[in-house]
Design a protein around this ligand. Structure first.
Ligand code: DX5
Ligand code: ZN
Length: 215
């Protein structure tokens, strides 16, 4: 299991150090949640802060857009050379065009599905994607409860990716902890995002990340 800590739960007063610490602790990607207060009822960080995060990070960024104007933010963040930029299928009228554009910029293209959105929605998009992110909470806030039926979605998605694009990774985001990571791995998920679990772990970031690893 690859681990992408969500810095939404970090101490923003000392963000650069938090990003350094989480990278030193052995994470695979740094998950960055960008919210615009329109697509989701919350705002997080914009270009200036994401740039600072990129500077502090020794691991690639995994940028999760929760915004109305995807195209604008893709262009803004492309120079930071993130590993992935993911956009919500629910906020994009032309997902094929945008996924192809992200790839053409040399970035992994990824689409996010809200908890209610069926995987059939992206069946004909899969060959244009490097990753699909399944939300296991309603987007907008850290520290929410895991919605278990996402596991069934992950299994269905795995069947579809095997058929249409076996290289496409599956990521899960929201309410991930050591209590559900086993079933997440069993459902075929490749990358786990975790915010409050990792940043709130009493034994520190390395131990928290280690506890989420599975072969
Ligand atoms: C929610 C964000 C998540 C969030 C996860 O909209 O996309 O990345 O930070 O936080 P936890 O792991 O605490 O549910
Ligand atoms: Zn996220």
């Amino acid at each position: 299991m690859l681990i992408a800590p969500s810095i939404l739960s970090a101490d923003f007063g000392r963000l650069a150090q938090e990003v350094k610490d989480i990278c030193d602790a052995g994470c695979d990607y740094v998950h960055v949640d960008v919210m615009d207060g329109h697509f989701v009822p919350n705002m997080t960080i914009g270009p200036v802060v994401v740039e600072a995060v990129a500077k502090a990070a020794s691991k690639p960024l995994d940028i999760h857009l929760m915004v109305d104007k995807n195209d604008f933010f893709v262009e803004l963040f492309a120079p930071l050379e993130p590993k992935f930029i993911s956009f919500h299928i629910e906020s994009e009228l032309h997902p094929n065009r945008l996924a192809s554009k992200i790839r053409s910029l040399g970035i992994g293209s990824a689409v996010v599905l809200n908890p209610h959105t069926p995987v059939s929605e992206i069946e004909y998009l899969l060959e244009y994607l490097d990753m699909v992110l399944l939300m296991s909470v309603n987007p907008g806030f850290g520290g929410q409860k895991f919605i278990p039926n996402v596991l069934e979605k992950a299994k269905r998605l795995k069947e579809l990716t095997q058929k249409r694009n076996p290289d496409c990774l599956i990521e899960i985001d929201g309410g991930v902890s050591d209590a559900n990571i086993e079933s997440i791995a069993d459902a075929g998920v490749d990358i786990a995002v975790a915010g409050s679990y990792i940043f709130g772990h009493p034994l520190g970031y390395s131990k928290a990340i280690e506890s989420l690893r599975r072969p």
